[in-house]
Design a protein around this ligand. Sequence first.
Ligand SMILES: [Zn+2]
Length: 172
Amino acid sequence: MAKEFKISKSEGVCGVCGQALQPEEEIVALACSGEEELLRRDYHRACWDSLGENTPADDPEVLGVWRTRVPRPEEKKKLLVDDSLIINFFERLDGADDPAKINFRYVLALILMRKKILVYEGMDRRDGGVEVWKMRFKGADAIHEVIDPHMDEDKIAQVSSSLGEIMEGDFE
Ligand SMILES: [Zn+2]
């Protein structure tokens, strides 16, 4: 995992009309995966809705879509995500082979494990030595595989904070 995991913050403009987003405005936010970085895109809800079936929601690089609002400048930063969104991201990244996505999914798995939503069942070693965690959602039988990218503590902290940044209303 030599690749740096970079993140771009919200640019604070709508992806359709190009207007600056104002505090309190209701928006649709996207987390997308680029080659080596996570990108955030934002849209006015009305602009998003005007795209009809042509929204980028189903594009392969889109990791997650959530509805939020632009925070006021004096508001404390907080994670504007709920568990279902993290689960949605986790499931969406199943089978991804891009290193950034594998790292991202692994960190999501750690978060879901900490929340006792995802349960660790064991580990398999694939050809080539890749370690794959077998996991299942609490109360469910289906096994989900999570590649262990052997990230060190610093890397995990870095990806976790990237995750926080894209999901915070960070418009600076
Ligand atoms: Zn707009």
